[in-house]
Ligand binder design. Structure first.
Ligand SMILES: [Zn+2]
Length: 307
């Protein structure tokens, strides 16, 4: 699967590959049996395939001739079969390894989670209950759109701008860099310069906030992204930013300069990431917000693969 979008730059052109596609799978994401080993392609011209063919020919020549074949080193067929078995084991081990490297960086929606002051928290209301004789359990969910892990749409701070359903998947998914921020107050240009983003277009900030993301109490003194850092990031072509608390803006900021800088530039903002587990590094990001027409934001399931 390959998305090409006018908003994508060439570096990210092959963004949004399926997780299973590590360059050795088919375009549809399904890996052929020996996808990672081109030497086993039927009809290939590789040395191994040649040995396999030679083995077959040798068996034909000696069959019925009465000649007793000397015990010999493993035949090419044996070698081929052992290699096949090993390849399956390698493939299985690889899949296990990939599964271990998936990080769910989404806050769990629960009544005890921290919410930004004034934001209605999540409420799950029973509509039907089997215990009461209904044929199924059905619930209704209500919550502010900026609850937990969520994205901000341009209309959040720009009147008449697009809603969350218009955010391009090409930006929401793709290579992302997780950067550790040591500044206890804000993400600032100086630390970004030292971090050296090296052309990363999706950047997630892991700050000291990560210790609070699971606490039920809201902390006002969370690490935010300074407006100057927002300008710094926009100037370097960053298309998506994420932070590990409920706003990119300083709490009580007189003007929403950070939000406006990002949203005017078409930068997707993810807030409320739970970055308590993944170490800094490069990942494959999948951020899938609910597709709500005209909405100023939406809860999202966010996953990091790799690292
Ligand atoms: Zn928000």
């Amino acid at each position: 699967m390959r998305f090409l979008h006018p908003l994508s730059n060439s570096r990210d052109a092959p963004s949004c590959p399926p997780f299973s596609d590590r360059g050795d799978g088919r375009p549809d994401g399904r890996a052929p049996p020996f996808a990672s080993d081109h030497r086993f392609r039927p009809g290939g011209s590789s040395p191994l395939y040649f040995l396999y063919r030679i083995g077959s020919i040798d068996a034909i020549l000696t069959a019925g001739s009465g000649r007793v074949r000397r015990p010999s080193p493993p035949t090419s067929v044996d070698f081929f079969q052992r290699r096949v078995k090993r390849s399956f084991k390698d493939h299985h081990r690889k899949l296990e390894g990939e599964a271990m490297r998936l990080y769910d960086v989404t806050m769990t929606l629960t009544h005890s989670m921290p919410t930004y002051p004034g934001e209605p928290g999540p409420a799950l209301t029973p509509v039907k209950r089997m215990k009461k004789g209904d044929p199924a359990n059905v619930s209704a969910l209500s919550l502010g759109l900026h609850t937990g892990t969520h994205v901000d749409a341009p209309i959040h701070f720009i009147e008449g701008a697009p809603g969350v359903e218009a955010l391009p998947l090409e930006i929401l998914c793709g290579p992302a860099r997780l950067v550790r921020i040591d500044d206890p107050e804000a993400v600032r240009p100086g630390e970004l310069e030292r971090a050296g983003l090296n052309g990363a277009t999706r950047v997630l900030f892991q700050t000291r906030n990560r210790e609070w993301i699971k606490a039920s109490r809201f902390h006002e003194d969370f690490v935010y992204i300074a407006p100057e850092a927002a300008e710094w990031l926009v100037a370097r072509g960053v298309r998506l930013v994420g932070i590990d608390y409920l706003s990119v803006e300083a709490f009580g900021a007189p003007q929403p300069r950070t939000h406006q800088t990002f949203l005017h530039a078409g930068v997707v903002v993810i807030e409320g990431l739970d970055l308590s587990l993944p170490p800094p590094g490069d990942y494959d990001l999948r951020c899938l917000p609910l597709k709500i027409a005209g909405a100023d934001g939406a809860p999202a399931r966010v996953v990091l693969a790799g690292g």
